[in-house]
Design a protein around this ligand. Sequence first.
Ligand SMILES: Nc1nc2c(c(=O)[nH]1)N[C@H]1C(S)=C(S)[C@@H](COP(=O)(O)O)O[C@H]1N2
Ligand SMILES: [Mo]
Length: 459
Amino acid sequence: MSADRTPSDGDRPGRPDASPDRPGYGYPRRGWAALADHPPPGLRGVGERWRSPLRGPWLTSVFGLVLLVGLPLVFLTGLLDYLAYGPQFGQAFPRDVGWLRLPQFDWPTRPSWLFRVTQGLHVALGITLVPVVLGKLWSVIPKLFDWPPARSVAQVLERLSLLLLVGGILFEIATGLLNIQYAYLFGFDFYTAHYFGAWVFVAALVVHVALRLSRLRTALRSRPARAELAVPRAGTRPERPDPDGLVASHPGPATVSRRGALALVGGLSLLLAGLTVGQSLDGSWRRSALLLPRGRQPGTGPTGFPVNRTAAAAGVGAADTGPDWRLTLRTEGRQASLDLAALLAMPQHTARLPIACVEGWSTLQTWTGVRLRDLAALVGADRPRSAHVRSLEKAGLFAQATLQANQVLDPDSLLALAVNGADLSPDHGYPARVIVPALPGVHCTKWVTEIEFRGRPHA
Ligand SMILES: Nc1nc2c(c(=O)[nH]1)N[C@H]1C(S)=C(S)[C@@H](COP(=O)(O)O)O[C@H]1N2
Ligand SMILES: [Mo]
């Protein structure tokens, strides 16, 4: 059904330039005012092209409210993930964040699923909100063609904040999605770009919310959600013209109801969530993670869980991990060298702990091995301040990692020699790998060859 009113531009609030009451109306205008009357050819009449009667403050505010709740959660879990990397050891990227430095604390080891949840939420919620972001952009698209581009200082500042807001969120989505697909197509460091991009976006979001929150509240109150969701397509009418010009000046007939539009966006979000969560769940769920190639089940048996980097890719061969393999333990002035038999002769401890990859996938497995604190005690480091772990892998960012004191001393922190009752497979780090509760997967070093305990033992 078509609109039951035919408003002209002159009726519309918020476009004073076109008002017949304006002094000088009807005469050719000069300077800035003339610019307003002469949009560039590509923009001429562009506002009229967007005629959906669904567009308006209410729909925009519904999307806005969802994002207002969801995006801060994505941001906060992102910051937590940064802190989990151990920025105090220079392990988080970007290393130097200037005055954006976050309060530093030792990332806890309990609950052991902490990083699994913060990182899983960051990635899954980020993906799930993509359709809502697109819905929100669709709902405000005529605003992006606002003309004249600069009407007042306030309008210029607002448009600038919108540029950072829209540009910021699209940049975060693009870099985030490429990263979890392991597609490093960009010529810059992902972590640095994603980190600073997030701050740019959040700064613009704060400005945007400060400017718009009261309008969001008014718009949501203008149409009770329950009543609006009961309206079918045939009864769908445009909202009243609004000062922001979201409502089309010549709305066309509704091709879908507002509830239909919301169901479409919500349905797409659920679909994306459904294709994502499997990467954080064990069992047959994992097979549903169609969007996340690395989070899927690589095989069966005790070592049939995802592999980040294979032994072959890491350049670790059978010769390195055979009978000549030794674990070197170091601390100030002391050193010990153990072969696999010596490690297996030490007290073995079993713990059920997750590996949670920064790219979003995670898995819970049962690990058996020697406690890190027992290894520290072996070289007299009863209370080390940190431990530096090195892999047989020669190059690469993940060939080493530094652990905090609490991560060394936790009774479930292991140099694992077995998983689910079987020897580690070559791809999972044979003969020995680190596994620590709540530690990002990236620091669970595989093919360990040396651990150096640092910091004076306390008296
Ligand atoms: N030496 C070494 N250890 C490593 C890595 C690596 O590339 N090299 N990848 C890390 C990452 S990013 C993750 S998520 C876990 C994955 O462990 P898995 O491959 O056994 O599942 O191993 C970690 N340990
Ligand atoms: Mo990882």
